[in-house]
Design a protein. Structure first.
Length: 400
């Protein structure tokens, strides 16, 4: 098959980027041709190599009255729209694209819904979370562009069954073409350390890898670890990630008196994240909302015990008492108790680590995820008259 993957960002690290990377490597290994498209500044199509080394193209997907220059974009849109659409149609025809797979659909992805209707190219839309939800609930309002993309899609893919059900609350009419496929982890990148510690000999630390945004709940984590850090001067907290709340979170650490035992590491690449995971004692994800939580399976692949919140798709990954501990969100005392329980019990740490690694090997490896996507794409190509195609059997979703 010839497949176009449309991803909003050309980055080296991130949940959406990891999904696209693992999927592409699987599809390429199976002999399929995959081309990336990223929105860019140029109104003329440009060929490139993505930051992850894949073949790609870049094109400005103009949208009327888009921020920050609403007036200018509104005036320019009638002139640029036919130019952009023509180039996309030419790209799909010249590359003989059979499947367009949108990841994290933005308003300006409506071009591909038009292309689908004009050319009959099959359209699969992967909704990842924040593109369609806020605080564990569907958005109060969806734009016409977003609804047009959803209605035009032949298949809609969610990262967890929990979010598939939430999505259908807002779009019940697309149930027959909506499935979930769990994300996966690359075992070549994330694997246990032979001695349980990184080569740099870092001391004892708890680890959280997450964007510094309100919904990730890092403020709750800082409050939760204060009594643990106060009681044990040898224990530290490492925070990998960045975002608009970083300054506020740094000030919170100072006000709590834990700044000397808290390290804000900023955005980290996959290799650095793997090394951090290998060396931590406990991995903590305190999210207020989480459609899946790919970093959880990365931690499990590195044989690390987990303490996380019982939100979104996390309970589909972490089984309470088996490979980690789940607590309610926005509850610092419960999070403290969960982390303390794991820290105080080496046998429990080992049991959680072993079970977690086994679960990743069984359910969250690229072959399973990639095979589900591949079968879903193939069903769309093979069944040109069906609305949603034949669902992968292991991910077929019953109504309700």
């Amino acid at each position: 098959m010839n497949i176009l993957l449309v991803v909003p960002w050309d980055d080296e690290r991130g949940g959406v980027v990891s999904v696209a990377e693992n999927l592409t490597r699987r599809l390429q290994a199976r002999g399929h041709n995959v081309l990336f498209l990223h929105p860019g500044p140029s109104v003329l199509l440009k060929h490139k190599t993505t930051k992850l080394g894949f073949p790609g193209v870049e094109l400005r997907l103009c949208f009327p009255f888009a921020r920050p220059r609403r007036l200018i974009s509104g005036i320019a849109f009638p002139f640029l729209f036919p130019l952009i659409l023509f180039q996309l149609l030419w790209l799909l025809k010249s590359r003989r694209i059979q499947i367009v797979n949108l990841h994290y659909p933005l308003n300006n992805f409506f071009y591909f819904a038009i292309c689908k209707r004009l050319l009959g190219t099959r359209l699969a839309t992967s909704v990842h979370g924040r593109d369609a939800f806020y605080r564990e609930k569907p958005l109060a309002h969806y734009s016409r562009a977003f609804r047009f993309v959803i209605d035009s899609s032949d298949l809609i893919i969610l990262p967890s069954d929990a979010y598939r059900r939430k999505f259908l609350q807002a779009f019940p009419h697309v149930e027959d073409k909506t499935i979930f496929i769990h994300n996966c982890v690359n075992p070549a990148q994330f694997q246990p350390s032979p001695n349980g510690r990184p080569a740099n000999g870092a001391g004892r630390y708890l680890l959280c890898v997450a964007g510094h945004e309100e919904y990730k709940g890092i403020d709750v984590l800082l409050q939760a670890v204060k009594p643990l850090l106060d009681a044990d001067p040898t224990l530290n907290l490492k925070l990998a990630g960045d975002g608009i709340m970083r300054g506020e979170l740094e000030r919170l650490a100072v006000s709590l008196g834990i700044q000397k035992q808290t390290q804000f590491l900023g955005q980290q690449g996959a290799s650095n994240v793997a090394q951090l995971l290998q060396g931590c004692e406990v991995f903590v994800l305190p999210s207020r909302e989480e459609p899946f939580g790919i970093v959880l399976i990365e931690a499990m692949a590195c044989k690390k015990p987990i303490v996380a919140t019982r939100v979104g798709g996390i309970p589909e990954i972490v089984e309470h008492g088996k490979n980690g501990i789940l607590v309610e969100p926005d509850n610092p005392s419960a999070l403290t108790a969960g982390i303390r329980t794991v820290l105080a019990n080496p046998e429990l740490q080992q049991r959680f680590a072993e079970h977690g690694h086994a679960i990743v090997s069984e359910r969250f490896y690229p072959g399973r995820n990639g095979a589900a996507y591949e079968q879903a794409f193939a069903s769309l190509v093979q069944e040109p008259n069906c609305r949603g195609g034949l669902r992968p059997p292991e991910f077929r979703c019953s109504k309700g």
